[in-house]
Design a binder for this molecule. Sequence first.
Ligand code: HEM
Length: 445
Amino acid sequence: MIREAPLVTEPYHWLMGGAAYYAQRAPLKWIPRWAEDYGDVYTIGSRLGSATVVADPELARQVLVEKYKRYLEKGRSYAVLRILMGNGLVTSAGEFWRGQRKLTQPAFHRRRLDAIFAMMVERSRAYAARFGGDGAVDVAPMFSQLTLEIISRAMFSTDVESEAAEVSRHITTLNETALRMLRQPWRFLLPRKFPTPLTAREFHARQDMDRIVHGIIARRRKGDDSHDDLLGMFLSACDEETGRGMSDEQLRDEVMTIFVAGHETTANAMCWVLHLVSTHPEVAEKLHAEIDAAGDALDRGDLGAFPYTRQVIEESLRMFPTIWSVGRRCVEDDELGGFRIKAGTTLLIPIFHFHSSPRWWDRPEKFDPDRFLPDRRPGPEIYFPFGAGPRTCIGNHFALQELIIMTTAFLKRLRVLPDPGFKVEPDALITLRPKDGMMLRFEPR
Ligand code: HEM
């Protein structure tokens, strides 16, 4: 018999009219607890709407992979991302998304990643050279800056050099706006153009970013020389069947999408990697040994020399998946595990829960990179930091390459140690980030 998913009634927030308030405030605590109390499919509600959580690995795979066509639209929370990204790969849906994915995919081919390898190494080394022995530093803004520099150069080569500081400031403002919107959901009730200091700052940042990005696109369209970068690939991409390429507006949205999706995620992942390394000296020692033994592998573009580093990064993404959940909207009535899912239902797939429940992992709280030894790797139904199915992360190889390069460049020169007085706390908003930054100490090796 097909049943309705149970509605979470405890705890109940009287003002928001349901439990959704708690899911927003502390999802890492409540989502697993409700799965225990209500089962693997349950609904959380509020006056602003409801979402059904799918906390069973097999059913989550059905949503993302097998039945993805029924769940092709993104969830409501992606409205915030639209502020940042417009209608790009992350936020778009249906046939439009499919066409865009086809056009942009070649830009992320392995050969393209080889072309930016040396740039990633050079930037990471330049940043690593700034540290060592000066007391504790907050690495969160530093990695945000470094990953933004990397994605800017991957996107525009050196075209953006003179505007780099401006781009960085605007992206930071737009990120902050989106975070404030998520923290204060009542802002969604205001008309988009309602004048508040926040909307004014967002408006100016967006206007300036549009000017910069459209300026570069216009210069590129006019010039004869081809550029070996992501924008160059996007500009020359055209659909084989229709012969159509991207409009300037579409290019702008994809550029912003890659900027936003491609730097905060990796920056936060890097914070968690170094946090875990700093608190596990035995892992740090093995990493240092591997990096020393690899000699000039980074200069030769040989990531195969760092298998243990990769395991450390994969385990870190298990414990702290920087995209901690994904959302979908059901477009056609369905049934999942005996529960009715009506068209229009918003679903939430809690990646972090699959990565950390003792139901599927032995001592999940333990940082153990050996879980990712070739003969022990976890299955894709319980480990998918880059998502699953056709909408899986387009930048996953880019991100892994970047994370391995940054980790090895830093640990080649530096020993990383915790800051004893600092309390690390994860904050699950758009990305899973360290709430008050990540204070760490670096010592030269
Ligand atoms: C550690 C770093 C990263 C993590 C954990 C991550 C994770 C994810 C996840 C889970 C999704 C799927 C979202 C969904 O199903 O709704 C996704 C999508 C996406 N990611 Fe990443 N990502 C990372 C880095 C990057 C980078 C470096 C780029 C670009 C250079 C990128 C670009 C994208 C794009 C464009 C999408 C949308 C794909 C589509 O819907 O077709 N990501 N990412």
